[in-house]
Design a protein around this ligand. Structure first.
Ligand code: S3P
Length: 421
């Protein structure tokens, strides 16, 4: 029997915005005060790496985080290797920052991160003047000797905000202009946060340009609620009959919250009440259950919902008809091979999912069954499985459910709080 979700939740601060707030605070002159910084392990990894480079970061009892900026090229060579943990954003964005500072540093991570492609960031940074060594020319550990960089005009083969942001951050420290052109617009949090620190970038279509050498100034900012964390609850309250759930202060930046548009096409009932429209827009979301229909998601939509494929696939398993998510090749390079992992998860729960080239097909069928499974250490898979457990016949047991702490440490307590039973 399914469990209804009732009440109101405030999801953690946005993970992507939090990484950028810490990093730009560290690159700025003076003090930065951040409210609602994400409390997951990934953002802790960025915090730890910056501390290793000599940046003073402190949290106060009221939850605010203060960064004492090192200023222009003010980072110091770390005494030990920097540990990015499970966080691709930490490793890739820090590569960009280190490349433009007079330091020698090695970035490493856990087994999952050591499998992920780093050459996509190293190549443009090398063209700017940094010296970078990767394992077998491809993966972490990453050794970087920073340099006085020069700007480049980089055409990225992938729509990746991590690649774009690494090059733009290095561009702030380089002489002249640095441009990044993407095949499709990826999340634009770096572009939106720059003016908060007195920086500037210009955009012409898919090309974004920063001009170095730039002195940033410390700032005060509040991080919006994480859209990716909210997506779990939006789908949960949509598929669990009898639910009525409000999510407060969620970031709804259109380059990020593409899942809302896809769910709307599927027939979901989400009332969006805007709270703030400048910078990072936020809204309250009120979600009620709905009968869903299958959807087709095209490749150009994927960057704006790249992290939401697992939970959207669960929604598709409850929809009438066969959904197709096109062009998910980038999912193979996430914390796990998420394309294979998400298909396996749904099939393990008695659903019908298959992969054709880089497309995911999910045929909707009511009645999923319980199972004992592992998320392979992938936080988004673990949370998707636990949401599935709200509607399965029999319990879902996730052996490594605690990996949710990577992005959402209080996921289980929030789940208990809004479960009517
Ligand atoms: C992120 C960008 C995305 C996303 C990741 C966070 C960011 O990765 O999957 O969770 O903060 O820039 P890619 O840019 O590599 O697609």
């Amino acid at each position: 029997m399914s469990q209804a979700l009732k009440g109101r939740l405030t999801v953690p601060g946005d993970k992507s915005v939090s990484h950028r707030a810490l990093i730009l605070g560290a690159m700025a002159e003076g003090r930065t005060v951040i409210e609602n910084l994400a409390d997951g392990e990934d953002v802790r990894s960025t915090w730890r790496c910056l501390q290793g480079l000599g940046v003073d970061i402190k949290s106060s009892a009221d939850g605010r985080v203060t960064v004492k900026g090192s200023g222009w090229r003010g980072l110091k060579t770390p005494k030990i290797d920097l540990d990015a943990g499970n966080s691709g954003t930490t490793m890739r964005l820090m590569m960009g920052v280190i490349a433009g500072n007079p330091v020698l540093a090695t970035l490493d991570g856990d087994d999952s991160l050591r499998r992920r492609p780093m050459a996509r960031v190293a190549e443009p940074l090398k063209r700017m003047g940094a010296t970078i060594d990767l394992k077998a020319g491809k993966t972490a550990p990453v050794s970087i000797r920073g340099a006085a960089l020069k700007g480049i005009d980089f055409v990225s083969p992938v729509a990746s905000a991590q690649v774009k942001s690494a090059v733009l951050l290095a561009g702030l420290l380089a002489t002249g202009e640095t441009s990044v052109t993407e095949p499709v617009l990826s999340r634009d949090h770096t572009e939106r946060i720059l003016p908060v620190f007195g920086g500037r970038c210009t955009r012409e279509g898919l090309k974004v340009t920063v001009r170095g050498v730039l002195n940033l100034a410390g700032a005060r900012l509040t991080v919006p609620g994480d859209a990716s964390s909210a997506a779990f609850w939006v789908v949960a309250a949509t598929i669990a009959p009898g639910s009525e759930l409000t999510l407060s202060g969620v970031g709804v930046n259109p380059t990020r919250a593409g899942f809302l548009e896809v769910l709307r096409r599927m027939g979901a009932k989400v009332e969006v009440s805007p709270l703030k429209s400048e910078g990072e827009p936020t809204a309250d979301l009120l979600v009620r259950p709905a009968a869903l229909r299958a959807v087709e998601v095209v490749e150009a939509e994927v960057p704006a919902l790249i992290d939401e494929i697992p939970i959207l696939a669960l929604a598709a398993s409850q929809a009438e008809g066969t959904s197709r998510f096109r062009g998910l090749g980038e999912l193979r390079h996430k914390e796990s091979d998420r394309l294979v992992a998400v298909a396996n998860l749904l099939n393990t729960l008695g659903g019908t999912a298959s992969i054709e080239c880089d497309d995911l097909l999910v045929t909707g069928r009511r009645g999923l069954k319980g199972a004992k499974l592992s998320a392979g250490g992938d936080h988004r898979l673990a949370m998707t499985a636990m949401i599935a457990g709200l509607i399965t016949e029999g319990p879902v047991t996730v052996s490594d459910a605690s990996c949710a702490r990577i992005s959402y440490p209080h996921f289980m307590s929030d789940l208990k709080r809004v479960c009517a039973r």
